[in-house]
Write a protein that binds this ligand. Sequence first.
Ligand code: HEC
Ligand code: HEC
Ligand code: HEC
Length: 283
Amino acid sequence: MTETANPGPAPSRRMLALVVALAALATVAIAALLVNIFERKQEARNPFYRVVELNDTVDDPAIWGKDFPMQYDLYLRTVDMQRTKYGGSEGMPHSPTQADPRSVVARSKLEQDPRLKTIWAGYSFSADYRERRGHAYMLDDQTFTERQKFAPPAMCINCHASIVTTYLKLGNGDLMKGFNAISDTHMTYPQIRQTVKHPVACIDCHDPSTMQLRITRPAFMEGIRALKASQGVANYDVNTMATRQEMRSYVCGQCHVTYYFQPPNKRLTFPWAKSEGRRHHRG
Ligand code: HEC
Ligand code: HEC
Ligand code: HEC
């Protein structure tokens, strides 16, 4: 027998090396998977990766945007002023003045239908009434509308600004107390205006520690509690009793609703219980 007949050891050693290498790779892969699963579990416990710490004193949406850059980017798009085939607002150039520094405004409904001026004579809407536009403009549009000539109540601001920090400050940490303080002390619009900086922002719809949706407007909490009571549900607390699906509508319903200012304090009131109740009783 010649030695050449058995080339054995070399390939089998190569095979062994390959098996060892594969086993090592598999071990690394399994370890990586376990680490990944562990990390995902940690993430599930902590719902988002925090670049900055958020709490109820942070109203600036740009700071929330550091933790949620994608949502912040979408939020900023409410500046859009292009009319589409679905409607939407259209920007009209406006020469900025000292009294009204806006360079773009929404189209005037009074100019579109001049009869409105006569119909509304003596009523603030006869001075200025425009198409609505994106959230980015809500605070400026209220601050600079010609309707300011009629000295509107401070509570107008409830739906045109990020107001959570103001309510909490005036109420020593209690939204409802802060809300009441504004009407009870007869604050004026210019006074309340100085306490806010931003249009509706993340803090108005989201809990800063969990990002859960939440209701922050006392008028909504009261209005819906009275409505539920009229339907036989006692002590309704929207933030603990509403479903997730309901909350998706309710956060918008804090502002996109019918309201009035209750004399003598001009307290902001959402009168749904009455209209709903009447409808029920009429059967
Ligand atoms: C309950 C919430 C709420 C309150 C309170 C409120 N607004 Fe508004 N406001 C809105 C909404 C929502 C719009 C968007 C228009 C629409 O949906 O019809 C709007 C639109 C506007 C606009 C832009 C369109 C226009 O009418 O020219 C101005 C200006 C304005 N409001 C001023 C005021 C003033 C002044 C007050 C107080 C007298 C006030 N708002 C109180 C919710 C509110
Ligand atoms: C803090 C009050 C507030 C909340 C909360 C709110 N809105 Fe608004 N929204 C307004 C006001 C005020 C305007 C009008 C701003 C203006 O014309 O300057 C407006 C305007 C709009 C417009 C008109 C945009 C355009 O270009 O014509 C849409 C659509 C809209 N809101 C949808 C929503 C939805 C959906 C939600 C809930 C996810 C919501 N809003 C929550 C106050 C609010
Ligand atoms: C007018 C109310 C409102 C405002 C203001 C708002 N959000 Fe939301 N946000 C919502 C609603 C409604 C949802 C959907 C919640 C659900 O699915 O139950 C949502 C969902 C989210 C989610 C969950 C992931 C997703 O995309 O569905 C994140 C994160 C978030 N918002 C971040 C932000 C940030 C950051 C801001 C400020 C820049 C902001 N939101 C401002 C109402 C709001």
